[in-house]
Design a binder for this molecule. Structure first.
Ligand SMILES: [Zn+2]
Length: 236
């Protein structure tokens, strides 16, 4: 998703994290019972070691991809869908989630950490959709250059380069317009300091999470409350 430099116009920016997918039955990556408690991220999600742990790494993402395949969009996704249909180009949907729920609802989305249904070939630079296919680490190849060992999920691993952050930062510049809105759903603010961004925004901000945090104008903790809040504010 290309984001032009701030031109003074207003935008509705939605920023979501793993908390949004909990209602679809997916685990979060941090905290109690989270994915990084069960799997070692240095084995399955590290840009410096994935080639060494090639098949284990692919197995992990096959499991995750299957979980996502059998999960459904939840009420948050449908609220964002309504906002997207209403505001179209005025809305920028940014997520750190790697699930493909927004694609299923045809919501243009900036997947800043990549997406599990897409692969990247590090040998030739090719990126390609595989949907919910189980990747066979011994047989499957890049359709462009035939590489086996160069292929990984198109996901930003630890120590990897998150190239979409440039556009994400540009998107946040639009929060200088007092008529813009920032809606943060299910993000812990650990990897990307969204709380700090909300604090310095020049517009109305919304936090949707299980616990309230400082620095936002509005807070609610579930989709029902969010829908009511957005309707009361004349946004939805
Ligand atoms: Zn290739």
């Amino acid at each position: 998703m290309f984001i032009p430099r701030y031109d003074g116009s207003e935008k509705i920016i939605i920023f979501s994290g793993a908390g949004l997918d909990i209602l679809s039955g997916l685990s979060t990556f941090r905290g109690k019972d989270s994915i990084w408690e069960k799997y070692n991220k240095d084995i399955v999600c590290n840009d410096k070691t994935w080639k060494k742990n090639f098949c284990v790494m692919h197995e992990f993402y096959n499991i995750l991809r299957n979980q996502i395949k059998s999960s459904k969009c939840n009420e948050y996704h449908y609220i964002i869908k309504k906002l997207n249909d209403k505001y179209k180009d005025t809305l920028i949907n940014i997520t750190t989630n790697i699930s493909d729920f927004f694609d299923r609802l045809k919501i243009p989305t900036m997947y800043v950490h990549g997406k599990i249904t897409k692969m990247e070939c590090t040998a030739c630079g090719n990126k390609f959709e595989i949907k919910y296919k189980n990747w066979d680490c011994e047989k499957d190849r890049c359709p462009n250059c035939n590489s086996i060992k160069g292929v990984k999920p198109d996901i930003v691993f630890f120590n990897g380069y998150a190239w979409l952050y440039t556009y994400m930062r540009r998107a946040f510049e639009y929060l200088q317009n007092p008529n813009s809105k920032l809606i943060v759903i299910g993000s812990s603010s650990i990897v990307i300091d969204i709380d700090g961004i909300a604090k310095f925004a020049n517009c109305e901000t919304f936090l949707v999470d299980k616990n309230n945090r400082k620095g936002y104008n509005n807070y609610c903790s579930n989709p029902k409350e969010l829908e009511i809040l957005l309707k009361n504010k004349g946004i939805l």
